[in-house]
Write a protein that binds this ligand. Sequence first.
Ligand code: 0PR
Length: 351
Amino acid sequence: MQRAEPQEFSRVLSSMCTEPHPTAREAAEQFLASNPGDPGTYGTVSTLEREAVDRLGTVAELADPAGYIASGGTESNVQAIRLARNRADTRTPNFVAPESAHFSFRKAAGVLGVELRTAPLSDYRANLDAVAELIDSDTVCVVGVAGTTEYGRVDPIPALADMAADAGALCHVDAAWGGFVLPFTEHAWSFADADIHTMTIDPHKMGRAAVPAGGLLARGPELLDELAIDTPYLESTSQMTLTGTRSGAGVASAAAVMDELWRDGYGRQYRRARSNADWLAAELDDREFEVVEPALPIVTVDLPARLIDDLRDAGWRLSRTEAGEARIVCMPHVTRSMLAEFLGDVDRLAE
Ligand code: 0PR
């Protein structure tokens, strides 16, 4: 069997996955056969899941959090829209999200039969006037993104939360990637002071847990009750998750790594990522490429299409935004020396 990951990450620039922390890897291996979907039988992993959710609450500044460890951001986003739909009293529900929202919301709309209305952006963030125009009495949820997939931007969350509240809708924040970065930035809101109902925050992205470990947080257990399904023949009598059998490895690794890295370890990781992103942005700017000013440590840069192809041929795992720019996500495995090597290839191939 190959242990491929360490080498494989050496040229990965656009992924939101990273090398799991050694603590995460070790915990995952111990819980490969446990199923948190059956807490009556697998009690230990179920306790770890509770700890992991409490810790996610600390990261997002939510006291007494409800939630669970999901398979990833997609599941959490689908579930957030599902619970908003289930509690609302309309036959024609819709939800409003900025155009920058991850494609998982399109899946949510499709499987749940809820119309997705996307609002245009200004400077890569949700345009509030456009959001307001799309909200009506059938709106069940307003979505804000804290750390967009392509540009790492953060929507004006408190304003979106106020609009949701005025419409009697829920506010969901997608911090799948940004959740472990935001506590170290100057953003001036949290669960504690904005009217946010649910949040996606994924340990398997910047949290350095093993895949699969997503996070869904809810302000109170009554929100998750909207998702509960009876499970008559199990020891536990209901289930609110989307999947049935779930990964004990993901849950255990999330609990272990968050215990180890919150708060100082994640703080150090953020500062490294930030300084790498700022350095790379400045270097690319010096070379007269157009760089989107990084808000969170994702550098998006307008490289010629041919250069991106050549860099990919040289082994760099580089993806494009919808607008065609190259996107470098400064994950923990992305080091300064790796970026220096990348720039060397940019110089060589741009000639
Ligand atoms: N919300 C946001 C803001 C995301 O960026 C993503 C994933 C999701 C939700 C969905 O999360 P899951 O993929 O865990 O369900 N963003 C990455 C992307 O689409 C996912 C990814 C990760 C893609 C690693 C490639 C990769 O190598 O780019």
